[in-house]
Design a protein around this ligand. Structure first.
Ligand code: MLT
Length: 227
């Protein structure tokens, strides 16, 4: 599923859904949970996040790529890895990533994928008996390069055991096959990388292009992402 606008075409009720938002929501979640954050509760709206903030959660997120002024942290993997967040519960809302999670809540298994935990995600999926749905968050309903590239990386990892059930999957696979030798180069040419570079945060793009920094798979359990 290349964007949340297309999710109605899929039945998530029996699937393992992999949420993908490379720039930057799922990369942040992996980086934070891999660095000792206790949990990340994804919410769709700023108001829901503020309500959790009143209960003691650290409020995180962005709109249009920019940190919200009333939140403690934005949507940078470096924010999520701050040492003072170890053991803390985060509530997060983002433009596309948390929306994709919200739309997957009926699924029996929802996990978080990013290049930062690529091998751990593949390993987890290779033991999966359910059908897998790769759900790209995209950008405001549109296709994006970096999420599709990661979907292709998953396809590459599971190809010996999986059947690709649509041309959408096959396309992602061949996209990754043709770009895998320089992921950073292609990700930094994406539309969202261009948007983020206007905020001077190339270091986020560099970091989110790294592979296998963390050997963890965040899963959604009772509305919270935990390792
Ligand atoms: C999103 O969920 O749309 C993003 O992760 C945007 C961003 O902060 O780069």
């Amino acid at each position: 599923c290349y964007t949340p606008e297309l999710i109605h075409q899929f039945d998530v009720s029996d699937k393992c859904v992999v949420i993908i938002d490379i720039l930057r929501a799922t990369s942040c979640m992996v980086a934070g949970l891999g660095s000792g954050v206790k949990s990340v509760t994804p919410v769709a709206t700023v108001e829901e996040c503020e309500a959790l903030g009143k209960e003691g959660y650290v409020m995180a997120g962005e709109r249009g790529g920019e940190k919200l002024p009333q939140f403690q942290i934005g949507n940078s993997p470096f924010d999520y890895m701050l040492p003072e967040l170890k053991g803390k519960a985060i509530a997060a809302t983002t433009t596309n990533g948390t929306r994709a999670i919200e739309l997957s809540k009926e699924a029996p298994d929802v996990i978080i994928g990013a290049f930062l935990n690529l091998s751990a995600t593949v390993k987890y999926l290779l033991t999966q008996e359910r059908d897998i749905l790769l759900f790209c968050a995209g950008w405001k309903g549109k296709y994006n390069l970096e999420d599709s590239l990661f979907a292709g990386a998953i396809c590459d990892g599971v190809k010996k055991q999986a059947t690709f059930e649509s041309d959408a999957v096959t396309s992602a696979f061949y996209l990754y096959e043709s770009m895998q030798t320089d992921l950073h180069y292609y990700i930094s040419r994406s539309n969202h990388a261009n948007r983020l570079s206007k905020f001077g945060i190339m270091k986020d793009i560099d970091y989110c292009s790294k592979t296998d920094e963390f050997d963890i798979v965040p899963r959604l359990i009772d509305g919270k992402l935990v390792v």
